[in-house]
Design a protein. Sequence first.
Lengths: 337, 276
Amino acid sequence: MPLEFPGREDPLLDVRDLFISFGDNAAVRGLDFTIRRGETLALVGESGCGKSATALSLLRLLPPAGRVAGGSIRFEDRDILRLPENEMRRLRGGAISMVFQEPMTSLNPVLPIGRQITEAIRSHERVSARAARARAIELLNLVRIPEAHRRIDDYPHTLSGGMRQRVMIAMAVACRPRLLIADEPTTALDVTIQAQVLELLDRLRQDLSMGLLLITHDLGLVADWADRVVVMYAGRKCEEAPVETLLRAPLHPYTSGLMACSPKLASGLHFRQGRLPEIGGSVASAADVAGCLFAPRCASARDACHAVRPDAKPAGSRDHLLACPVHAPADYAIACC
Amino acid sequence: MKSLGLFLRNPTGLAGSSLLLLVIVAALLAPVLFPGDPLDMATTPFIWPLQDPAFPLGSDSLGRDVLAGIVHGARVSVLIGFASTFVGVVIGTLVGACAGYFGGRLDDLLVRLMEVFQTFPPFLLIIVLVSIAEPSVATITAAIGIVSWPTVARLVRAEFRSLRERDFVLAARGLGYGAARIVFLEILPNAAAPIIVTTSVMVATAILNESALSFLGLGDPNLVSWGSMIGAGRDQLRTAWYLVALPGAALVITVLSLNLFGDGLNDALNPRARGR
């Protein structure tokens, strides 16, 4: 399928000023990002920064305790937050699909994988059982399950973690989604399998011209597979840039900190040569901060940082957004607030 | 299929299912083996067992064939046992699944309802329900079913409460499945093992309840049942104890077979008991 929409101006998904709260605790506080057709956007941040909550909110699958407290989510021409539940159900697994973190437990243990895939197909499309089964075998071939026609009647417990994640991916792309959300798709897998799964996701993205939202805490993956990166901290965007720009010249102290912590990116680093750097403190310190949420952990924080919360603004180029007046280049709009 | 193999290799399960099969075959073949009404007078009263080859288990105070009574009694026991359990399991599964999956106020409401039912001594409630209606197979089945559903409902609710938090349920919602589909096609198969095991014990309890009702003379008066045979033989307990002992033994064997069957099922279906 050719890329019909190169459109930069016509985003597939447009999230604006998203707020998500769990009870009185804010998980996401004013997040903006867009995904274009056929591109991979990586959402990066440490645990608890609101990545998964954001992903679930895109499908309106937040747990009962969580709710979207503000902002808008537009998918193509639809307002996700205002869609009636039956239309939302049609969207889930249809136009928008999700691959979850835990392949070991995300498949139903008492149903053969083939049946789970055919059900996913038949819940969205009117096809005969026979045709759905043929499609399921095709999908298993697509995700490179060896001997798909034989394995289709296997139960999940007979498959390895990597195979199960492939089956999950097969189910997710069964109805040719236009947006695929992958929430830490390889965190539970071996490093050797990680690359295979991401390669698969990337190939499917190209073949089906899907937008791919890759949620991860692993900057190594981002470097290899993403087009653009949004770095999140405590439910806010601190930096957004095309992946080459971000890796070459990160501006936000949190981004630089994350990259310094990543052994793969900090080349030549070995535990014998020195201690792996860390970012002191924890996300929890952002709970009751008036100014910049990262200020309590930031080495270069000034008095103003504790008073005013910076918004992400263009820094250097139009597609490089930064929420830090301290580390900004000269042309950054200093009078931001 | 693997479970079936495990079940058949289990001596407990095999013994239970063989005995149960015997009872069911007797119930099915009763009209062929003993045509005619078992309540009709067939011979002289008080023939002891093993004295007359035509009546191997003897006759009662009215000259009715005891063996014919026991074989026909199996029909009533099996019919009411399975039918009332079916009623109880269907109601209990529906109520328990709704309460466990949806939670919240609906759960509160349904749990209170279960508790109301469980505050009554079950047998007393059966007697009350049967006395309100005419005693017949249908009303007795309904009464026992109505009394037994909270057991299933509590079990199913507990299973659903834990299963609904599992990742595959979230994944199913992520595929756009509706609540009914998730409850019946995704979660229920995962809760099937404990429900099936409980069912076998419920059948045994239902059979005992039916016998107790018949013993008290509250059963269907037109049908012979093990309970009514024991009740009728009670007066001759000192002179002809076999009139109580033989239907009693049939009852014991049936209930025992169901319990063994349930144990065998539990071993075969419960992955933690699989010890391998």
